[in-house]
Design a protein around this ligand. Structure first.
Ligand SMILES: Cc1ncc(COP(=O)(O)O)c(C=O)c1O
Length: 389
């Protein structure tokens, strides 16, 4: 076959919602005009709505890591005692970052594929702890953390709970206000279906109060300054007009399907992927606490996951993710967050079967796809039954 379409199927950047891509053509505007202020204010209001929080939400021109750094520099002082829950490459990023800023870091570590328990956090929460950092969904391993239980523990203390929900938002329920999630960080290139370049974060009154006394140096990412500008529909520095137009359009789509259904979509795709793995005798990397944002799968014995990733690209034009760091070559990752549908998954699993088969792994073609189809049919039937009630 001679035509193969390029398909972006990674856990970030994710496939772009087409109308968001088209909206970027309108970026021929100045960011300090009423025309753009209207877009800016609409984006902030809609982010608040879909994140389901009464807390302030701010947008920064940065990839997700920029908002992670902003949470550190704006809320902490040199030498502050903090807890970092680390269960993968992004947990390690929290460790590196908090140490780089001179915080006194206690690392609660879980093996790759596992999660740090809320009990461990509760036990470590001595009165001197000023902050707790975690990933809601650890994208490098496909594991999820119980941020609800952690939040319940942290909110009884003076510590600020900082949640990297860069791949958690839109893939798992997060009751930001009720669970005591003081800072919740998202990124444009994940479930929000637009290109990389915007980070956003919700900020609780407890976190704002902390900023009054936090002493770490900051300049570009100054959240108090951003808040003042945001009140009138502007950002402190030049806004990314193109990405804001795109996000505005994607948020209309997310509102139209509603956030709980976007989450359910990811959960259903993740469940179907796990069923396909079972049918194909493939082992999951995080079976105990799987995230719905991405499923990490162990490469079969004797086959490097890099070969699988390469063959996805070379044979079918499908871009999927390899493992990161030490996991490179051992796992591959299938994403579910944002603009992914059942047809994407039918294709991915069919391609995977063909790749395994071509590499001498015993698979009966169609078994994985059938497993996905069964999950699809079961969901469709349930929906029909509900419609008839
Ligand atoms: C859980 C998590 N945290 C942080 C990041 C870093 O975000 P960025 O690459 O946008 O800076 C990512 C990106 O993949 C992520 O998945």
């Amino acid at each position: 076959m001679h035509i193969k379409k390029t398909r972006l199927l990674t856990p970030g950047p994710t496939p772009i919602y087409p109308k968001a891509l088209h909206a970027m053509l309108g970026a021929d505007m100045h960011h300090r005009t009423q025309e753009f202020r209207n877009v800016f204010l609409a984006v902030l209001a809609d982010l608040k709505l879909v994140m389901n929080t009464a807390h302030d939400v701010l947008v920064l021109v940065a990839s997700g890591t920029g908002a992670m750094e902003a949470s550190v520099t704006n809320c902490f002082s040199p030498g502050d005692r903090v807890i970092v829950c680390s269960a993968g490459k992004f947990g390690e990023r929290w460790v590196e970052m908090t140490r780089a800023y001179g915080l006194n870091v206690l690392v609660l570590e879980a093996a790759y594929g596992k999660a740090v328990s809320a009990e461990a956090v509760e036990k470590a929460l001595t009165p001197d702890v000023k902050g707790v950092f975690v990933q809601a969904s650890e994208t490098s391993t496909g594991a999820a953390h119980d941020v609800r239980a952690m939040g319940e523990a942290v909110k009884k203390t003076g510590a600020i709970f900082v949640v990297d929900a860069i791949t958690g938002l839109g893939t798992m329920p997060l009751d930001i206000d009720a669970w005591g999630l003081d800072i919740v960080i998202g990124g444009s290139q994940k479930a929000f279906m637009v290109p990389p370049g915007l980070a956003f974060l919700s900020i609780s009154p407890k976190a704002w109060a902390r900023m009054e006394t936090a002493k770490l140096p900051r300049y570009y990412f100054n959240l108090q300054r951003e808040k003042k500008f945001a009140a009138s529909g502007e950002s402190a520095w030049t806004a990314s007009t193109a990405l804001m137009l795109a996000l505005n359009e994607a948020l209309q789509y997310i509102k139209s399907i509603e956030m709980p259904k976007l989450i359910a979509n990811a959960e259903q795709l993740a469940r179907a992927t796990r069923e396909a793995c079972r049918a194909l005798n493939l082992e999951l990397f995080a079976p105990g606490n799987p995230s719905a944002s991405v499923t990490a799968i162990k490469a079969p014995e004797g086959l490097d996951s890099g070969v699988i990733v390469k063959e996805f690209r070379d044979r079918f034009g499908s871009i999927i993710a390899n493992g990161q760091g030490e996991m490179k070559g051992r796992i591959f990752r299938i994403a579910h967050l944002g603009y992914f549908d059942a047809a994407d998954l039918f294709a991915v699993i069919a391609e995977l079967e063909l790749i395994l088969h071509a590499n001498g792994i015993p698979v009966t073609l169609g078994t994985g796809v059938a497993a996905v189809q069964r999950v699809y049919a079961e969901i469709a039937i349930t929906r029909k039954e509900l419609a008839n009630v």
